[in-house]
Design a protein around this ligand. Structure first.
Ligand code: CP
Length: 305
C-alpha cells in the first residue's frame, strides 16, 4: 500500500485544497515543465471518458512523462477474468502512478489499499470524482475570486452524480449555501443531507427548476442524468430531459453567476447558453489539465515552483 493516493475529496483538508489550487495556477501560467522525466503514468479506464482521461494524458505529456494504459476495458485481460487486484499489481510493476476509473463504488479505495504506487480515483461508480472537484474549485475561485460564502445551485442527477457528491464535500470547507434541484427520483442521497446537517451547511431543495433557484446563485452547476447507472431504462426515460437551462432563464441572474457543468452534456444546457458570457463549462474543462498536473505532482512528491 502506498501512503499517497487521492481516492475521496475528503482525503484533502482545506489547506491541501489551497495547495493544489496554487500549484494549478502555476501550471496555468506555464503548463510545459519537464517535471516527470523518466516517470510512467498508467490510465486504466474501465468506463468511458473524454475529458478526464485526455486531460490526465495531456497533463502527463506536458510534464514530459510517459503514458501507458487502456481506454476500453474490453482490450484488457479483465475480459479474460483477471481480477482488479491482479491488474493493479501488474500495472504497478510498470508505472509510477495509476489513474483509474471503474464502475464499482469503492474500487479506487480498494486499489489504493493494495497498490505499491499512488492511485488517483478518476471516478468510481456513483461515489466520487475528486479531481473533478479540484478543477471545479479552481474554476470557482478563478471566476469568483473566493471560495467562501458562495451560493451554489446544483441541478439534475444528484443521486448518481459522483461529481456532485465530491463537490458538496469539497465545498464544505468554505461555508457554502446549496440549492439542490432534482426530481424525486434523483434527489440528493440521505448521506449528503446528513453530511450538510452535521457541518451546519444550509441547503434548500427544489423539484422545479425555475429562475427562483438561479436568482441568488453565484454558481449554477448543471449535471447530466446518468443513464449508465439506471437498471431500468424506462425510469431513465421518465427523467432524462427533466430540466433544460435556456438562455432566457439567466436574465435575472447575478452579474457574477457562472454556469458550470462537469460535462458531457446531453440536452440539459441549450446551445443558446454557450454564447452567454456566464457560460464557463468549456473553460472549466480546460482547467482540468492544470489541476491534474498539480495532483500528479502532489502525489509524486514533486515540488512546483
Ligand atoms: N467530467 C468527466 O468526468 O468527463 P468524462 O466522463 O468525459 O471524463
Amino acid at each position: 500500500m502506498h501512503p499517497k493516493s487521492l481516492v475521496n475529496i475528503d482525503d484533502y483538508s482545506r489547506e491541501d485544497i489551497f495547495r493544489i489550487l496554487q500549484s494549478a495556477a502555476r501550471f496555468k501560467q506555464q503548463p510545459d515543465r519537464a517535471l516527470l522525466q523518466g516517470k510512467v503514468c498508467a490510465t486504466l479506464f474501465f468506463e468511458p471518458s473524454t475529458r478526464t482521461r485526455l486531460s490526465f494524458e495531456t497533463a502527463v505529456n506536458r510534464l514530459r512523462g510517459r503514458i501507458i494504459g487502456f481506454s476500453d476495458a474490453a482490450t484488457s485481460s479483465s475480459t479474460k477474468g483477471e481480477s482488479l487486484k491482479d491488474t493493479i499489481m501488474m500495472v504497478s510493476n510498470y508505472a509510477d502512478l495509476i489513474i483509474m476509473r471503474h464502475h464499482l463504488e469503492g474500487s479506487a479505495r480498494y486499489a489504493s489499499e493494495i497498490s505499491p504506487v499512488p492511485v488517483v480515483n478518476a471516478g468510481d461508480g456513483s461515489n466520487q470524482h475528486p479531481t473533478q472537484t479540484l478543477l471545479d474549485l479552481f474554476t470557482i475561485y478563478e471566476t469568483q475570486g473566493t471560495l467562501e460564502n458562495l451560493t451554489v445551485t446544483i441541478v439534475g442527477d444528484l443521486k448518481y452524480g459522483r461529481a456532485v457528491h465530491s463537490l458538496i464535500q469539497g465545498l464544505s470547507h468554505f461555508s457554502p449555501t446549496f440549492n439542490f434541484v432534482a426530481p424525486e427520483e434523483l434527489h440528493i442521497p440521505d448521506k449528503y443531507r446528513t453530511f450538510c446537517d452535521e457541518k451546519k451547511i444550509p441547503y434548500n431543495e427544489y423539484t422545479d427548476f425555475t429562475s427562483e433557484s438561479i436568482r441568488n446563485a453565484d454558481i449554477l452547476y448543471m449535471t447530466r442524468v446518468q443513464k449508465e447507472r439506471f437498471t431500468d431504462l424506462m425510469e431513465y426515460e421518465k427523467v432524462k430531459n427533466v430540466y433544460v437551462l435556456h438562455n432566457d432563464m439567466l436574465a435575472d441572474s447575478k452579474e457574477n453567476l457562472r454556469v458550470l457543468h462537469p460535462l458531457p452534456r446531453v440536452k440539459e444546457i441549450c446551445q443558446d447558453v454557450d454564447d452567454n458570457p456566464k457560460a464557463y463549462y468549456f473553460q472549466q474543462a480546460r482547467n482540468g489539465v492544470y489541476t491534474r498536473q498539480a495532483v500528479i505532482c502532489e502525489l509524486m512528491g514533486i515540488e512546483v515552483e
